[in-house]
Structures are given as C-alpha cells and as structure tokens.
Design a protein around this ligand. Structure first.
Ligand SMILES: NC(=O)c1ccc[n+]([C@@H]2O[C@H](COP(=O)([O-])OP(=O)(O)OC[C@H]3O[C@@H](n4cnc5c(N)ncnc54)[C@H](OP(=O)(O)O)[C@@H]3O)[C@@H](O)[C@H]2O)c1
Length: 330
C-alpha cells in the first residue's frame, strides 16, 4: 500500500451538512520514523459532536481544519511498528478516524484489554457513548433506586446504554425515540415506558408516563424534550445535559416555555463531557466490561460499509438513520 485515503472538510456547512462539504483525498504513506506506529483502521465512529467541529468556533475540541484529514474515534490493528510498545496485530483504539490508515507516534494508539468483547464495542458501550452514559448517569445524576428517569434519544448509542444501566440500578425508566421500531427496541432494553416523539407531543406523553413527575433527566436532545422535562421535573430534580442534537444544525434559538420551573422545583442542571472522566477509564471498564461481556448491557449497531460511506453515516445521525451505535466498517 502506498497511499492512505482520508476524508477532509472542503467547506464549513451552513445548517445541515451536505455531501458537497466533504472530500475524500489520497495521501502518500511516508516511511515510519522511530517510535511511530501504523494502523489499519477496521471500524470508524461517527458522532454528533463532530458537527460542532465543522464550525470555525472555539469549543472544547478544536474545529476541523479545511482541507485537512478529519479525525474521530477508530479501532484497528497495527500493521507496522517502530515502537517497542506496539507489535503487528495489536488491537488499538485511537482518534485518527475518517481514514483507512493511521500513522502516528505510538502514544496515540491505546492497546485494548482482552475483555472478550466484539472489537466495535470499543467505539460503543465500552467507548465514548458507553462512558458518557455511565458517567452522566452515575456521577452527574447520582440516582437512587426507585427514582424516575427520563432519557431522550433512547434508541441511540448513549441513550440505549443509559436505559440499560439505569434499569440495572433499579430506576423507573422512560425513554423517548423517533418511530415505533425504535420504541419497541427501547422497551426490549427494559424501559418501563416509551415515548414516540414523532407520533405525539413529548410533554403530553411524559405526563401520562410519569403522572407524579420525573426525578432525573438525561438529555441528549434539548428543545421540546428539555422543555417537557422542565415542565414535569419534581422538586429537587436533577438534569444531566449530555447533548442538544436538536440544535446542532439550526441557528434558531431554543424556546423553553417551562424554564421558570427550575426555580419553583429547585431543579439542578449540569452539563458534562465524557473527557472529564478520561482519568477514570479503569473504573469504567471494571463496571461496564463485565456487564457488556456478560450480555447484561447489550447493543445494536447500524453499520455502513467502506470509507466512502462516512458522510452518509454521519449525516444519518441527524435524521434518525441509526438504531444503536452508528459505525462504518472498513
Ligand atoms: N457530553 C458528552 O461528552 C457527549 C458524548 C457523546 C455524545 N454526546 C451527545 O449525546 C447525544 C447522543 O449521542 P449519540 O452518539 O448516542 O448519538 P445517537 O443517539 O446514536 O444518534 C443520534 C440520534 O439522535 C436523534 N435525533 C437526531 N435529531 C434529533 C432531533 N432534532 N430531535 C430528537 N432526536 C433527534 C436520532 O434518533 P431518533 O430517531 O430517536 O430521533 C438519532 O438517531 C448527542 O446529543 C451527542 O452530541 C455527548
């Protein structure tokens, strides 16, 4: 192999991104330097946060540079190494995604422990989405058994993990998702009630599912979902703001008609980032590893094949094209 292929951002999207915003480029593979490792990517992740990186604004992750390879979560195997720490065939997780071959100093590639799970789980329940679900629930929301939790985008990568961890912790779980098939899966995962937000107003359905209100809200969406959570939050309810996907492709301000309930109900709202917990990955693997390996926390994947499919997979996140984790298999 003499060339690698990588997706670049050709222009910054306005509103919903289009295929014409992306360009696949070939790059020559330079000989490895001492301490470098080359990895053949096998699984690439697409994640909603990547949309924010397409804007030229200062944020918690730097923006993608126009014309340069984009990056993101990936799992692959070492195909060449000039570092003692990594040998050919090692399975690694890293952040040089959106490309077929990744070359970097060895420290960029995390060797993965042998937990007996499918390789792509390191981008799902044992990766960013699973970690986000776990820490958002266990550290930000700190649930007590018997409490009522509402989680939006419950058929997505983060949401489906939240549903299952929350059930394992003895919570009453209400999940919302778009469409009957997704809702049926969320119910299979153990949710006590499901809301198909495309078929009915979220607020009405949430009142019906939780007549006494909700104690906890894990927000992946914002907008109408967040407003419904404010409306139904019980006294001292706690909200973990994980994502606001409803707002990622619009410049319209979010209208929150029930925001004032934050005062009367003494609602605590806290945003958080997965990266806040990077130093605690050992703890996370210790709890989630056995749950995933033992089948107590299960997953679904929506898989697109081939590097060419990256933009399709990415764009699908914003139209509900995925059940569970959206992945590209190389
Ligand atoms: N804070 C952090 O560190 C962190 C880390 C990872 C992810 N996140 C956030 O967590 C959320 C979920 O991420 P994920 O990776 O698990 O993605 P995901 O839920 O697997 O995929 C996105 C899903 O969002 C739903 N959606 C899209 N647009 C929507 C809208 N306007 N209103 C309602 N639902 C909409 C779609 O499902 P439906 O068909 O059900 O609509 C879609 O399948 C995102 O907001 C993401 O940015 C945050």
């Amino acid at each position: 192999m003499t060339n690698a292929r990588a997706w670049t951002l050709k222009q910054r999207p306005q509103g919903m991104p289009a295929h014409s915003d992306f360009e696949l480029k070939e790059q020559p593979l330079a000989p490895l330097q001492d301490g470098e490792v080359r990895v053949g990517n096998e699984w690439l992740s697409v994640d909603p946060y990547m949309r924010g990186r397409m804007n030229d604004v200062k944020s918690y992750v730097p923006p993608f540079q126009l014309g340069e390879p984009m990056d993101g979560g990936a799992v692959g195997r070492v195909i060449e190494s000039r570092a003692d720490s990594h040998k050919e065939g090692d399975l690694v997780q890293h952040m040089l995604g959106w490309r077929d071959v990744a070359t970097a100093p060895a420290a960029a590639f995390n060797k993965l422990p042998a937990l007996g799970v499918a390789d792509h789980q390191w981008l799902g329940n044992l990766g960013l989405p699973g970690g986000t679900a776990y820490w958002g629930l266990m550290d930000v929301l700190r649930p007590e058994p018997g409490q009522t939790l509402f989680v939006s985008a419950a058929a997505g990568a983060v949401g489906s993990a939240v549903v299952q961890i929350a059930k394992a912790k003895g919570l009453n779980v209400i999940g919302s998702a778009g469409g009957a098939d997704k809702c049926a899966w969320v119910k299979e995962l153990g949710a006590d009630a499901v809301i198909d937000y495309k078929a009915q107003p979220v607020l009405k359905a949430l009142y019906e599912a939780a007549p006494k209100g909700i104690d906890l809200y894990f927000d992946n969406v914002g907008g109408e979902h967040l407003d419904a959570a404010f409306a139904t939050g019980r006294n001292n309810a706690r909200f973990a703001i994980c994502g606001l996907i409803d707002a990622y492709n619009t410049t319209e301000p979010t209208k929150l008609r029930y925001l004032a309930r934050i005062i009367a109900a003494r609602i605590t709202v806290r945003g958080f980032l997965f990266t806040d917990y990077i130093g605690r990955m050992g703890e996370f693997y210790g709890e989630m590893g056995p749950l995933v390996a033992g089948g107590k926390v299960t997953s679904r994947e929506t898989v697109h094949d081939g590097l060419d499919a990256m933009p399709d997979a990415f764009l699908g996140l914003f139209s509900g094209g995925n059940m569970g984790k959206m992945l590209v298999r190389l």
